[in-house]
Write a protein that binds this ligand. Structure first.
Ligand code: NAD
Length: 471
């Protein structure tokens, strides 16, 4: 069993792909092309550290599939980054984009560093140099390959990438579309930072609303009162926890790097975050109990477990001790394929990463569209919508004799702004995709991960056959 667990993320993704491919009728050649990783660029460059010493920095960028362009995928800064890992994550991006109908191929980048070991100046030099290297080999560009934030990176790093690209590129007009997840003032889009976590919440909400799927788990339908544990309170985990709590779920456990806490009565997320900011740790939060270590949170009795840190946290070793009825994969690859099989055998509902965390790339797509069109969403139509809604409300009041309060009229007639439109597009995407993969799961009697991959494989195969490359 241990030997089986030691396979890389790339091999795990290939295993999942093969399992799904067996349910399709595509020719072996087309399946082999969809599965293959098209390009991998391995980079090493020197960094002059603040103390004057020189260190070699290692990085990668993998472009898994060019069936649609540009390719798209985050850049992570982590000590466990490797060539196999970025290939596996790039493949997940290909399938993820297909599942939510975002017209991109998949990519992923990584730099093997631990962010906390570097000053801001050093991180900026590393990011700018990495961008320059990508440019030299044509591994970045609005129509080529468009990075985004991932583990260890955020809006700040994306701003450095955009600035470096804009300074060097001759294509000044489209340059900002070379990367997404930028700060709003640098061509970013409102709602991107929260998008992955919001998508995780929307996906969980869709799943728990289906009575037929909740009954076998011994759960009632609806998010209200569901007991949730979240591992990792970074961008994805924090926002997922926030929206879940606002949606009526009760957070009974939280884990971060330094440890984990639990409370059956529920944890107030903002109060926990304030406690962590003040003390540097989750531990010692008033009213909660400290767990023996951070991994113990995964084994808490709960309805929904949300791993939102890194891959391979639920393995064949700890899977038998997982008590959650639903595992919501906010992180990429948190459940190994052996653990996945064990959980499925036990009837645990696994909401797969390739669907559940696709909110980030969905809103990245909106940001890319905004950059290429050079206009904020809602700018052209907000006032017009406001006017039409106002006319409608006026007509209804005249016809029915009903009188609305001024604040109600303002609320109803308010035209949508950029954030409203982004959130509405994200919600529609997550809801439609869930219905699609659930339908396939029922039709083919498979789990949701396999169903998601069947959906992705069918869509990508269609692109190739429309190109006339394969029959
Ligand atoms: P992040 O760097 O903002 O946050 C990760 C958090 O996890 C950090 O706070 C870190 O301290 C914590 N952590 C690390 N190891 C832990 C452990 N063993 N136990 C508990 N906490 C731990 O990263 P992120 O952007 O939130 O990404 C998290 C995951 O979500 C990754 O798998 C990433 O690939 C995936 N993802 C991110 C996005 C995005 O838009 N950022 C989109 C899709 C998927």
């Amino acid at each position: 069993m241990v030997g089986m667990e030691e396979i890389s993320l790339w091999q795990q993704v290939c295993r999942q792909f093969d399992r799904a491919a067996a349910h399709t009728k595509h020719a072996p050649g087309i399946l082999a092309q969809i599965r293959a990783c098209n390009h991998v660029y391995r980079i090493a460059f020197p960094l002059r550290r603040d103390d004057g010493s020189v260190q070699v920095i290692h990085g990668w960028r993998a472009e898994h599939s060019h069936h649609k362009l540009p390719t798209k995928g985050g850049i992570r800064y982590s000590m466990v980054v490797s060539e196999d890992e970025v290939m596996g994550l790039a493949a997940l991006m290909t399938y993820k984009c297909a599942i939510v109908d975002v017209p991109f191929g998949g990519a992923k980048g990584g730099i093997k560093i631990s962010v906390k070991d570097y000053s801001t100046g050093e991180l900026e030099r590393i990011t700018r140099r990495y961008t320059t290297e990508l440019m030299h080999k044509q591994f970045i560009g609005p129509g080529i390959d468009v990075p985004a934030p991932d583990y260890g990176t955020g809006a700040r790093e994306m701003a450095w990438i955009a600035d470096t690209y804009q300074a060097i590129s001759t294509d000044k007009l489209e340059a900002l579309a070379c990367v997404t997840g930028k700060p709003v003032g640098q061509g970013g889009i409102r709602g991107r930072k929260e998008a992955t976590g919001r998508g995780v919440y929307l996906g969980i909400r869709e799943a728990v609303n289906v009575v037929e799927d909740m009954t076998p788990l011994g759960l009632s339908a609806g998010l209200g009162g569901k007991r949730v544990v979240v591992q990792g309170l970074g961008n994805v985990g924090y926002h997922a926890a926030k929206f879940l709590q606002e949606g009526g779920a009760v957070i009974v456990g939280l884990a971060e790097y330094e440890g984990a806490i639990a409370s059956d009565a529920g944890l107030d997320l903002e109060a926990v975050m304030a406690h962590r900011a003040a003390t540097g740790s989750l531990l010692g939060f008033p009213g909660a109990r400290d767990l023996p270590d951070r991994r113990a949170a995964l084994e808490l009795d709960c309805d929904v477990l949300v791993p939102a840190a890194l891959e391979n946290v639920i393995t064949a070793e700890n899977a038998p001790r997982i008590r959650a009825k639903i595992i919501a994969e906010a992180a990429n690859g948190p459940v190994t394929s052996d653990a996945d099989n064990m959980l499925l055998d036990r009837g645990v509902l696994v909401l797969p990463d390739i669907y559940l965390n696709a909110g980030g790339v969905t809103v990245s797509y909106f940001e890319w569209l905004k950059n290429l069109s050079h206009v904020r969403f809602g700018r052209m139509d907000k006032r017009r919508d406001q006017h039409i809604f106002g006319e409608l409300v006026g007509a209804l009041q005249r016809l029915t004799g009903m009188r609305l309060r001024h604040d109600e009229v303002v609320d109803i007639t308010r035209g949508p702004d950029e954030e409203d439109l982004v959130n509405s597009g994200l919600e529609d995407t997550m809801v439609m995709a869930y219905q699609e993969i659930r339908t396939i799961a029922k039709r083919d009697k498979v789990d949701l991960r396999t169903a998601s991959l069947i959906s992705a494989i069918d869509k990508i195969a269609r692109t190739y056959s429309e190109l006339g490359i394969f029959p």
